[in-house]
Design a binder for this molecule. Sequence first.
Ligand SMILES: CC(C)(COP(=O)(O)OP(=O)(O)OC[C@H]1O[C@@H](n2cnc3c(N)ncnc32)[C@H](O)[C@@H]1OP(=O)(O)O)[C@@H](O)C(=O)NCCC(=O)NCCS
Length: 295
Amino acid sequence: MSENEKIQNLDSSDVTRYEKFAFPRFRDLLRKENQDSIVAGAASCYGYPAGLVLAEAMGGGQTGIIHSLFVAPRFRNLGFGKELLFFAERKLREKGCTKSEICFVDDGNSTSAIKSTLSKCGWGEPELMREISKIDIFSLSKENWPHRYHLPAAYTIIPWPDVLPAKLEELKAPEHKWYPGYASPFKDQPVSPHFSTSFWLCLREEIVGWVITRLTAPDTLYYDILFVREDLQKTGRGVQLLAEALKAQFREQIPFGTHIVMHAAGFSNPPLIRFSERRLKPFALRTEKYWNSYK
Ligand SMILES: CC(C)(COP(=O)(O)OP(=O)(O)OC[C@H]1O[C@@H](n2cnc3c(N)ncnc32)[C@H](O)[C@@H]1OP(=O)(O)O)[C@@H](O)C(=O)NCCC(=O)NCCS
């Protein structure tokens, strides 16, 4: 790196010239009064802003999280990415961090660049954490599988608003909590379940599962939770619930569906991953992959 190419702490008077290099949700960190836990490294070339790294000491100060690392396209492949990363690592170590973590999204464009930069800087092989896909429901509805399933006689699938309040109270009672917190149908979310595309699965009179969808844009339904009681998992009931929601979405003419597939150790569900690969992803208009790497 020549003397005209520099990496230094971002000066508060330069925030407006550099903030475009950070993800919008992190820009406030650049203006924080008490900046003790923040690392902001600015790269410049002949005085022009060339890139920025933004990191934070978290988890009681032991873990350094790199929130964003960005080099302007015309300054790429000149070594700035590597130098910014080394700068952040050094500053985080000075703050007492013993390990570092970075999360990045695979948008199909610069993934090989970030993977290569991390590997050259001695970071671990990135691990896939989750994928978010946007599905074209009109194409998917031409498939056979959502129409092929038949529920055994003991089961019914009922629309979201049709459940009796007493049944919900029973499900809410702490002694009846047979479902994990992350799958709870009572979770508070900014967007409520979409009534006409969310359903309950009942075995005789008892609720044993649910599919919860949320309308996150006028043309997009987010498939938030698909859950079936543990002893009934792997019996195909989950797919029937999902098929019911997909058919309802098609009836409602909502063109897109989004869903998350978890890959992180301890959170992944291999049968769901396989199902999504075979039955849903062929109709994905876009899939974003979220990766983590550690050092
Ligand atoms: C990732 C990024 C920061 C790399 O910046 P950069 O300044 O081009 O990186 P460097 O010049 O320091 O290159 C580092 C190494 O990666 C390699 N590399 C860079 N781009 C590459 C690419 N597209 N394909 C393969 N290798 C690549 C370089 O050859 C270099 O290796 P070397 O030291 O053996 O020559 C930059 O591409 C970028 O800003 N991307 C968009 C934002 C992003 O994805 N951020 C990451 C998560 S927040």
